[in-house]
Write a protein that binds this ligand. Structure first.
Ligand SMILES: [Zn+2]
Length: 288
């Protein structure tokens, strides 16, 4: 595993904060509301976490909902929290970096109904690309592939954006992860049905464990057809101050078909439910 570099992570925070100023006023926006968190009854009480303005939520596993940024078209990127705020084990689950990949948001919907172990806290973002998600488009509204826009081996091309973290969505996610410093980040994609077990070390070990729990096959080859450039999971694994790691899960298209699941007590589930259950189960077993 590559060792984390505090200076790198700190500089990313500064870069994100500086870059964010250029996106203060998205012009062509009719923001759509964030889909409701299932089974929750929001209250009007406000709160904060990591400097974000949040609102308290009651009636479900989720207890806090925070706007962590805005898309090009002004849609909210919302992170919710479930579990004990000060718990030592921290998991972040991220959905829909590519707008046509619908299983991520549906998996997060299920995850948000589950209660993690007492010593774990789970943050989740239903959609990292709500503009693309609104119309089933892979890119954000600048035509950028957000998974090429992070500052790890960034390579400028027609879909990567003009520079690392040029996009408000990648800025928001990078800032959030840099502040929260999760032990594990799971980025949900579609549809090649594989857990990225490359990279070695704790990242590969946790990915293999997740593969067994979720019933989604391990992938032993680099998923980018060569070195990945500017992707989220490599960036977070390289820069986490907490020795945190991140891996990608490619969900299957048959995400609504019941099949064997590796989570104890759940022998058969849909891939969406099994993946959500696997995430909640693993959160309580992360190396503290
Ligand atoms: Zn994807």
């Amino acid at each position: 595993m590559r060792r984390p570099l505090r200076s790198a992570a700190t500089s990313v925070v500064a870069a994100v904060l500086l870059a964010g100023a250029s996106y203060a006023a998205p012009a062509r926006a009719v923001p759509a509301p964030e889909p409701a968190v299932p089974t929750t009854a929001p209250t009007s009480a406000s709160s904060s976490a990591y400097g974000y303005s949040c609102r308290r939520v009651s009636g479900s596993a989720v207890d806090l909902s925070c706007v962590i940024g805005r898309s090009v078209d002004g849609r909210a990127l919302v992170a919710t929290r479930q579990g004990r705020a000060a718990a030592p084990r921290v998991l972040v689950v991220l959905g829909q970096m590519h707008g046509e990949e619908w299983p991520g948001p549906l998996t997060v919907d299920v995850l948000r109904t589950l209660r993690p172990a007492a010593d774990a806290v789970i943050w989740s973002v239903r959609s990292m690309n709500p503009d693309g998600g609104a119309i089933g488009r892979r890119w954000n509204s600048h035509g950028v592939n957000l998974n090429s826009n992070f500052p790890d081996k960034f390579l400028r091309d027609s879909r990567s954006g003009p520079r690392a973290l040029s996009e408000p969505e990648s800025q928001a996610i990078a800032r959030f992860l840099t502040l929260v410093q999760p032990d594990l980040v799971i980025s949900l994609h579609g549809f090649s049905e594989a857990v990225d077990t490359t990279g070695g070390g704790r990242r590969a070990a946790l990915a293999r464990t997740f593969s067994g729990l979720s019933g989604i096959a391990p992938a032993h080859v680099v998923p980018c057809g060569g070195p990945c450039h500017g992707n989220l999971t490599d960036w977070y694994t390289a820069t986490s101050r907490a020795s945190g790691v991140a891996f990608t899960v490619e969900m299957p298209r048959s995400s609504r078909t019941v099949r064997p699941c590796g989570v104890p007590g759940h022998p058969r589930e849909t891939p969406i439910r099994c993946t959500a259950l696997a995430a909640a189960y693993l959160a309580g077993r992360l190396p503290a």
